[in-house]
Design a protein around this ligand. Structure first.
Ligand SMILES: Nc1nc2c(ncn2[C@@H]2O[C@H](COP(=O)(O)OP(=O)(O)O[C@H]3O[C@H](CO)[C@@H](O)[C@H](O)[C@@H]3O)[C@@H](O)[C@H]2O)c(=O)[nH]1
Ligand SMILES: [Mg+2]
Length: 193
């Protein structure tokens, strides 16, 4: 069963924000037959996402922003309710990236991160791995307005939401981002809030 993938080559189709490659490879099927396949692979740096939760007030911090892929899919006018997250800068560790994204997007200063999982969001298309975290916060940790970076044309609305209301938003399909659903359910399963 070893060495079933041979002669891998890649052609860059687009390299705008992230890279779209056409990857060709010989795939040896279980019956021993080899076929040359070409698949598209998309991705940039790996990503992070974090759900902030306040054990005292039972609130979580979510964000709302425009997502063009969602708009193109004809869903929710493109506005998505999500956890904090984004692409890791090349010089950063995942943890440093979470702390920076949290400040930029929602204005909180967090330091205690709890790792939940590393996931592929769409393994048939994307090579990006996303490192998921939860982090407890207090009201005093709010140090900036948040809202995203104007220099990157980000416009992020910060939503401080009761945890049970957030779970209800999964039920009624107001929240449809996979990372956000996973992390809300993680809090619920582990009774962290
Ligand atoms: N996605 C994307 N973003 C772009 C593009 N051009 C500019 N941007 C800008 O680049 C910034 C990316 O912000 P981040 O917070 O780093 O990323 P994100 O959009 O929140 O997260 C998305 O990408 C992550 C990294 O790949 C993913 O981890 C995450 O799941 C999500 O798809 C945003 O300001 C966005 O407007 C583009 O072609 N595509
Ligand atoms: Mg982001």
């Amino acid at each position: 069963m070893s060495n079933r993938i041979k002669n891998v080559s890649s052609k860059v189709i687009s390299n705008f924000w992230a890279k779209l490659e056409q990857v060709s490879f010989d795939f040896v099927f279980k019956n021993g037959k080899t076929e040359r396949l070409t698949h598209e692979v998309y991705g940039k740096n790996d990503g992070v996402a974090v759900l902030l939760y306040n054990p005292s007030t039972k609130n979580v911090i979510l964000s709302k922003q425009f997502r063009i892929p969602m708009y193109v899919a004809g869903v929710k006018n493109g506005f998505s309710i999500e956890v904090v997250g984004g692409a890791i800068d090349p010089s950063e560790s995942p943890e440093t990236s979470v702390i920076r994204e949290t400040k930029e997007e929602v204005g909180y200063n967090i330091n205690q991160l709890q790792k939940v999982a590393t996931i592929f969001l769409s393994p048939g298309l994307m090579k990006e791995q996303v490192h998921l975290y939860v982090a407890a916060y207090k009201d005093e940790d709010k140090i900036e307005k948040g809202g995203g970076l104007a220099s990157e044309s980000e416009e992020i609305e910060v939503l401080e939401t009761n945890f049970l209301d957030a779970l209800q938003m999964i039920e009624n399909e107001e929240i449809i981002d996979a990372r956000t659903i996973m992390l809300l359910q993680y809090l619920q399963i582990h009774k962290l809030i």
